[in-house]
Design a protein around this ligand. Structure first.
Ligand code: ZN
Length: 130
């Protein structure tokens, strides 16, 4: 039976097909081959890899090029007062979502400022300078 590959994603691991597992063995005798895994979805590496080993294989082979391509960090980043704000909440209100006390806490100065639940959930809302 031929299976359509249209909705299936191939694992991007460069050596995926070399690992001997039953689910990779496809075809009929005498033409059976171990093949790259394909699934409707994967859980590793942003949905690109079937497991940690394949993700790691990819990084070992292409990681250097990828970092150079997207911009290698050349100086250390600094966390300062201006960008140390983190959204959090304390558990004084218990586990009840509606009674949580949301706060903005500065990781450097330890200053706390009030935060509404909507602000907490709004990913674009920030006190940090960009
Ligand atoms: Zn794989």
């Amino acid at each position: 039976m031929k299976q359509s590959n249209l909705t299936l994603t191939l694992c991007q691991g460069p050596d995926c097909h070399t690992y001997h597992t039953q689910d990779r063995l496809k075809g009929t005798k005498p033409n059976k081959t171990y093949q790259t895994r394909r699934r409707s979805s994967f859980y590793y590496g942003g949905g690109n890899f079937c497991d940690m080993r394949c993700q790691s294989d990819w990084f070992d082979k292409y990681g250097d090029q990828a970092v150079d391509h997207f911009g290698r960090l050349t100086e250390a980043k600094h966390l300062t007062e201006q960008n140390a704000w983190q959204k959090t909440y304390d558990w004084s209100g218990g586990y009840d979502d509606d009674h949580r006390v949301y706060v903005y806490r500065n990781g450097i100065t330890k200053e706390q400022r009030p935060l509404t639940k909507d602000q907490y959930n709004d990913t674009s809302y920030t006190l940090n300078e960009r």
